[in-house]
Write a protein that binds this ligand. Structure first.
Ligand code: HEC
Length: 266
């Protein structure tokens, strides 16, 4: 019991200590406004489709998105034809054929996004020894930091991606020496990151005419990655709301019935 109390006190102290925004080695990301936040939030289709564009033109050069199949993109509001057209721009390895050989073919809707590198070693070799992580679940993987901060857990992963994209500083603060090939990022744990700033104003020309600022790019890719980590979130929320409505109505009806039955017995 004593140990439990001690652990709780430590936890509280950590919580207060990080109240100024400094967690161990990194800095907690400020909360942003997300279309998908809260119980009734739904993903903004414009954000999602622009985010896909950012992933496809920038991030996919280094990061895989292994858990997302092209057909999942219908969830972004794309038609099956549009999805087919996107898939057709990629090549995947299939096989073996009748001779036992693997071969490559154009991707189909059912295929997943192919990875930019053949394996982790090749990925590291191209990135100065650092491994660009798969981005399918990154917003979930980085959500844990929020627990003490009271930031909404589910949205923190997106806050973090946004902060990481916009948190580069050209010069490290006084007294900090950057290691070779590293870049200073305010929000990356330890601050030294092997990824060069991937986004900047006009990094991607949006097909829908939205102004292409760094902040807009960061917002869109963070929304897209939050969706990728949880493509069924909207469906689940819809079912949840229906279930609650059902239980509420059922309770009212049962109460009315109970009243009616018991009224004769008094
Ligand atoms: C030129 C290659 C390259 C590109 C392009 C690139 N990244 Fe990275 N990224 C990396 C590498 C390498 C790391 C690992 C960094 C490290 O461990 O120091 C990384 C790490 C990350 C991380 C993990 C940070 C953490 O907390 O561990 C995220 C998130 C990320 N990148 C997002 C993106 C997004 C979003 C894009 C597109 C806008 C992008 N990256 C484009 C190479 C790249």
């Amino acid at each position: 019991m004593k140990r439990l109390a001690a652990a709780a006190t430590t936890a509280l102290m950590v919580a207060f200590a990080s109240g100024d925004g400094h967690a161990a080695g990194g800095t907690l990301a400020p909360a942003q406004k997300w279309s998908f936040g809260g119980v009734f939030g739904t993903f903004d289709r414009g954000d999602l489709q622009r985010g896909l564009q950012v992933y496809r033109s920038v991030c996919s050069n280094c990061h895989s998105l292994k858990l997302i199949a092209f057909r999942n993109l219908e969830g972004l509001g794309l038609s099956p034809e549009e999805v087919q057209a996107i898939a057709g721009e990629y090549e995947v390895t299939d096989g073996p054929d009748d001779e036992g050989e693997m071969y490559s073919r154009a991707a189909r809707a059912a295929d997943r996004f192919p990875s930019p590198f053949a394996n982790d070693q090749a990925a590291r070799a191209s990135n100065g020894g650092a491994l660009p992580p798969d981005l399918s679940l990154i917003t979930k993987g980085r959500a844990g930091e929020s627990v003490f901060k009271g930031t909404k857990f589910r949205e923190y992963g997106a806050d973090y991606v946004y902060a990481l994209m916009t948190g580069y500083e050209e010069e490290p603060p006084e007294g900090v020496t950057l290691m070779d090939g590293m870049h200073y990022n305010h929000y990356f744990p330890g601050h030294q990151i092997a990824m060069a700033p991937p986004l900047f104003d006009e990094a991607v020309e949006y097909t829908d005419g939205t102004e292409a600022t760094l902040q807009q790019h960061a917002h869109d890719i963070a929304t897209f990655l939050a969706w990728a980590a949880d493509p069924n979130a909207e469906e689940r929320k819809r079912i949840g709301i229906k279930a609650i409505l059902f239980v509420t109505i059922l309770s009212v009806m049962l109460y009315a019935v109970k009243k009616k039955i018991w009224s004769d017995l008094h």
